[in-house]
Design a protein around this ligand. Structure first.
Ligand code: EPZ
Length: 430
């Protein structure tokens, strides 16, 4: 199993290029099959989740041509299979976006029911509610979601829960339904807007994405397009908190500062200097950092996908901080690992109280999930001594060339998989 090995203590300094947004790209790749013409998508992040979804899309008969690691052409005209195998869903939940895409275009789809995952039970009742509201017959048989409809008709849909996935999945199906669909209490994340813009570039008629109400006038056909994915706000924020935690000076390039407002606000609150440019943000962390309070909320609130990253940083801030995780029920597992590096934390339900400490000591830790794994790497970068992070396959799902980008900022980190490589690294850095 591959691991990261880190020699902590170096402030991160320099500039780092941010890639395309994984959570926008996953939905856009699924939506690309909704036309029989060829779609070209670039600024794709080269991460495992994207590569697995492209395999699933090819698996149902679409033509997928990788122009390069960040650009792909997709043609959905030869899809013959509307059944997404469990193997794909098990590897990546977001394969369920094919449900909305296939239902919208072919009025039928079979997708294995996604299970829960490390951060929570993650039900999909709101997705199914939306499909049924559009007139689809939706049932669950033998662990599969069966969805089909003679016609999809536009409807006024009010979501009980603000859900990124349900908003995107139902928006895809509604884009090819007959008539007007009004969706309320929807997610407003930048990647929801990116999917709406992508569908509109294919000839859909979607208005209001990024606000509380999305209005869709269904069309019978979608056409080819060339589209570039927005930058990944979570990758950017991860490097920004790494700069804060290591007392560094990092500029993230190719970002949309507006998407980072909640992150920037918290970095300033704890004492970092933040400078915004048109498509870059610089974070300088010089003096002592101070505590603050955080509550994760749907966009434009503080993102749940940035919660582990700020948690690690707050563990090094003077004073008592609290984090309330209001989106997922099990997203504090990384704090148990952090306590083994010397953090002083207390978890009570969906809240964590963090007493800042002067520093962490390196230890062997295990990545519980994607964002928690990245946060433990940040902890290792800030720690005194050697940290080894196991189960980095989680991190590789969403971060492209993570260790390379960190090394370019002065981090001493390598990907290893044998005891011999670990010893070699230790000899080199100690
Ligand atoms: C997306 O997950 C992201 N994944 C997650 O990022 C992110 O944490 C999450 O949105 C919130 O921003 C992708 O985009 C692939 P939700 P999603 O539906 O769509 C409840 C990462 O690290 N809910 O907005 O699954 C749900 O239990 C990943 O990149 C229902 O109750 O999240 C949760 O409490 C982790 N019923 C809340 O809504 C439903 O039908 C928000 O979930 C759907 C969701």
């Amino acid at each position: 199993m591959e691991q990261y090995i880190i020699k902590g203590g170096n402030p991160l300094v320099g500039e780092v290029e941010i890639g395309g947004a994984k959570n926008a790209a996953l939905a856009i790749l699924a939506a690309a099959i909704m036309t029989d013409e060829t779609v070209m998508i670039d600024n794709l992040p080269d991460v495992n989740d994207i590569n697995v979804l492209l395999e699933a899309i090819e698996g149902i008969g679409a033509r997928v041509q990788r122009i390069d690691r960040h650009t792909v052409k997709i043609n959905g005209s030869h899809i013959t299979d509307f059944d997404i195998e469990y193997d794909y869903i098990k590897k990546i939940r977001a394969s369920y976006y094919l449900l909305g895409a296939l239902l919208g275009k072919y009025k039928r789809a079979e997708v294995a029911l996604p299970g829960g995952c490390n951060i929570g039970s993650r039900p999909i009742d709101q997705h199914l509610k939306g499909f049924r509201a559009l007139g689809a017959y939706v049932d669950i048989e033998h662990g599969k979601i069966i969805a089909e409809a003679d016609h999809l008709r536009g409807k006024h849909i009010y979501f009980d829960v603000v859900s990124v996935g349900a908003t995107i999945n139902v928006m895809m199906a509604a884009s090819m339904a007959d008539g007007l669909t009004i969706m309320e209490n929807v997610a407003k994340e930048p990647h929801v807007v990116d999917v709406a813009n992508f569908l509109n570039s294919m000839g859909a008629n979607i208005r209001g994405a990024g606000t509380d109400v999305i209005k869709i006038r269904g069309v019978s056909k979608l056409h080819s397009t060339t589209y570039s994915i927005i930058p990944d706000q979570i990758e950017a924020g991860t490097f920004m908190f790494a700069a804060a935690a290591t007392r560094g000076d990092v500029t993230v390039l190719n970002v949309i500062p507006k998407h980072l407002e909640a992150t920037i606000a918290k970095l300033v609150e704890i004492g970092c200097e933040v400078e915004e440019f048109d498509d870059a943000v610089r974070v300088v962390s010089k003096g002592a950092l101070r505590n603050t309070q955080v509550k994760t909320l749907p966009y434009p609130g503080f993102p749940t996908d940035m919660q582990p990253q700020i948690g690690v940083t707050l563990a090094l801030c003077k004073g008592t901080s609290t984090i309330t995780e209001s989106i997922f029920e099990n997203r504090f597992k990384y704090l148990d690992e952090l306590a083994r590096m010397g953090a002083n934390v207390k978890i009570e339900g969906n809240s964590a109280t963090i007493e800042g400490v002067n520093g962490f000591s390196g230890a062997r830790v295990s990545a519980p999930d994607l964002r928690a794994g990245a946060a433990l790497v940040i902890a290792g970068l800030a720690a005194d001594g050697i940290t080894i992070v196991d189960d980095i396959v989680y991190i590789q799902r969403g971060y492209e060339r993570f260790e390379e980008k960190l090394r370019s900022l002065g981090a001493q980190i390598e990907k290893v998989s044998t005891e011999r490589e670990i010893q070699k690294f230790k000899l080199k850095v100690c």
